[in-house]
Design a binder for this molecule. Structure first.
Ligand SMILES: [Mg+2]
Length: 316
């Protein structure tokens, strides 16, 4: 990674080649086999299943700004996303630092729409206080939504009921960490659904979730390599409607990647991504680490991925 993001500075991934191309299995290393199941389903889908039909040629992307504190860092990171007119800002590290980071973004890109991602770290009172502070300092039209201000659906609902200013709430962890993401009561709690192909079990399941909840969606990454991002791009390409920029440009946070996905004018093209052989050799893991990942695939498979894939009726 070029910069620390969610506490990590190295991203490990396993790539699987199958009859349809490449799939990526990259649950964060601390995830157990149960939490890794949807990631494996998504990887197998990418490697073996026919490509979803694309309904658009290009997708808009947003800039993703980690919780950095100086204006120079903010300016540098924003320059990695040429043409982006939406910025997702990590907040939750302290109201003063957060508002300063937002102020820098607003100075550097005064017309950019802002998304704030809290990763569920506020309680309802903290969220309200922050939102009112934001509206005191910035134009309300700047704020597209707040992503997961509080951890639970109940808190999100309480927040929406208590909030005296208009604000949209996006749900990320509530859905991707749910035991059954299809069985949630999101009414009056979530306005926008964050879709991440890998933790939701792939494109087919993400499209089914979209149809199930009938909410506007934002396709975002789980900080994958270019192969996993490619799967996210295919999901974004296949959605019947897509009103928001996608958080799929996080490859810009990597110091190097296994394929180059160009960003031009704030957009990415909907196209298949093939990893470069040279970079796969360059970034090959040690024999010991490879063994660890192979064991992880086996354990995740037998922890329940096998049954779900059986139900999906996939063959390869
Ligand atoms: Mg998030």
């Amino acid at each position: 990674m070029k910069t620390d993001f969610r506490g990590i500075n190295t991203r490990e991934v396993a790539l699987i080649e199958g009859s349809a191309g490449w799939g990526e299995f990259s649950p964060f290393v601390e995830y157990d086999e149960n939490e890794s199941i949807p990631w494996l389903i998504s990887a197998i889908e990418g490697a073996t299943q026919p490509r979803a039909k694309a309904t658009r040629k290009y997708i808009d992307i947003n800039a993703t700004l980690p919780a950095v504190d100086t204006r120079a860092e903010v300016e540098n990171i924003l320059s990695w996303y040429p043409g982006a007119t939406t910025v997702k800002i990590k907040v939750g590290s302290g109201a003063e630092q957060d508002l300063t980071r937002i102020k820098y973004v607003n100075e550097i890109l005064p017309h950019a729409s802002l998304r704030l991602d809290v990763n569920g770290s506020w309680n309802v009172e903290e969220a309200l206080e922050f939102i009112y502070g934001f509206y005191d300092s910035f134009d309300e039209d700047l704020l597209q939504y707040i992503e997961q201000p509080c951890a639970t659906i109940e808190e999100l609902r309480d927040l929406k009921a208590a909030c005296m200013v208009p604000v949209k709430i996006a749900g990320d962890e509530v859905i991707r960490k749910a035991e059954d993401p299809f069985d949630l009561d999101l009414e009056d709690a979530v306005d926008v659904l964050i879709l991440k192909a890998a933790p939701l079990g792939g494109i087919e399941r993400s499209l089914a979730l979209t149809a199930h909840y009938r909410l506007p969606v934002v396709v975002s990454s789980a900080l994958e390599s270019a192969v996993g991002i490619g799967h996210g791009i295919r999901l974004a390409g296949a959605l019947p409607s897509l009103d928001f920029a996608c958080g799929l440009a996080t490859g810009q946070l990597l110091a190097s990647d296994i394929a180059n996905i160009p960003i031009e004018g704030g957009k990415m093209r909907v196209a298949d991504v093939t990893p470069s052989e040279a970079s796969m050799i360059e970034f090959e893991a040690s024999a010991e680490r490879t063994q660890w990942w192979q064991d992880r695939v086996r354990n995740t498979w037998s922890a329940g991925a096998d049954e779900i894939i059986g139900e999906m009726g996939w063959h390869w």
